[in-house]
Design a protein around this ligand. Structure first.
Ligand SMILES: Cc1cc2nc3c(=O)[nH]c(=O)nc-3n(C[C@H](O)[C@H](O)[C@H](O)COP(=O)(O)O)c2cc1C
Length: 323
């Protein structure tokens, strides 16, 4: 089985990817969180930073685009090629209301004729390898039969299927049966994504989709940066590794010039996931979340690692922390 690290907007920044790939190697590739060019194919400095080869040394990185018109897609592709990229991913999965309303992300699944015409133009006008990361529909995963028919017309490098519809956001149970029904009929490599948080989740998936060879992990790997190593049969995460990873990431974000307040809120967002590796830690988690200065935050984290019960067997549960 090969594993990919999912893109998580605001979380899997280049500092995260670099550190993760060094401390927890094993991912086949990382995807950038979506890059949203304007209608002229221009994108902001913050996106360029994510793409610069110097910021992604030693990593196989697939840039992901959130765009629904061929022109900006193709202009951006030429910029990506100039930076040395030979693969790009199209996001047809983002469920956010504003994105959807603009017919981008999962909004592209509302009009399959438009989707077909978009793919027809971009595949005929660029040589770059194109992969797609999709949802299985807008309000029902049964829509995927029609969507898959469109995708199957094009030579995709890879199709990553987040096995939910848009309206399932991140909470509905993934439709593994629906995924399994379509998986073998696709003429290109298909990667499963959705709620793989532990070895037992993986085993259940493999039982239902025996021929599966590609899996993408997101929130489970943020909660447990050693998830891919564990899925590959390696050692479980140790508390000392998580602490080292946390401290190094915090320093890397400060060194890049991120404002301390921003670093603080960024690190708290990571704890929404990582706290799941601790049991009986609700009070320590609350204290950590209440801190408003980095100094206090560092003390709260150190308290969590010294008095919290780190449990290598615990994994992200898909929602809020429960004891
Ligand atoms: C905070 C957050 C940000 C995300 N950002 C992106 C993104 O930029 N592009 C994308 O394709 N998916 C994005 N996703 C979806 C994930 O890549 C993944 O498909 C989803 O979390 C399901 O996988 P998981 O259950 O392994 O987490 C995001 C998810 C979350 C929770």
């Amino acid at each position: 089985m090969k594993y990919f690290m999912a893109p998580l907007e605001g979380i899997t920044l280049c500092e995260y990817r670099k550190l993760h790939s060094t401390m927890f190697p094993g991912a086949e590739a990382y995807y950038t969180p979506f890059i949203a060019p304007d209608t002229q194919g221009n994108f902001r400095e913050k996106y360029l930073r994510e793409l610069l080869p110097d910021n992604n040394e030693g990593i196989k990185l697939v840039p992901q685009l959130l765009v629904n018109r061929p022109e900006p897609f193709l202009i951006t592709v030429s910029k990506l090629k100039a930076l040395g990229y030979n693969e790009v991913d199209l996001n047809t999965g983002c469920p956010s209301g504003t994105v959807f309303a603009k017919h981008k992300g999962s909004g592209m699944l509302t009009d399959l004729k438009e989707l077909d015409s978009f793919l027809n133009t971009v595949f005929s006008q660029t040589e770059i390898a194109i992969s797609i990361k999709t949802r299985m529909g807008v309000s029902d995963t049964a829509e995927f039969a029609g969507i898959a028919e469109i995708y199957a017309k094009y030579p995709l490098k890879q199709l990553v299927i987040h096995a939910r519809c848009r309206e399932g956001y991140y909470d509905s149970p993934p439709d593994i049966d629906g995924f399994a029904a379509i998986f073998e009929h696709m003429p290109f490599p298909v990667c499963y994504n959705g709620n793989i948080f532990s070895r037992s989740d993986l085993n259940a998936l493999k039982e239902k989709v025996p021929g599966l060879e590609l899996v993408m992990v997101g929130r489970g790997a943020i909660a447990d940066p050693a998830l891919i190593r564990t899925l590959l049969g390696g050692e479980k995460l140790r508390a000392s590794e998580l602490e080292q990873f946390h401290d190094a990431l915090l320093e890397a974000l400060l060194s890049r010039g991120m404002a301390p307040d921003h670093v603080l809120s960024h690190m708290k967002e990571l704890w929404y996931y990582m706290i799941h590796k601790f049991s009986d830690a609700a009070q320590l988690y609350r204290s950590l979340n209440k801190t408003t200065r980095l100094g206090y935050y560092r003390s709260a984290v150190s308290e969590l690692f010294s008095s919290g019960k780190f449990d290598p067997e615990r994994s992200f549960s898909g929602g809020k922390y429960r004891e």
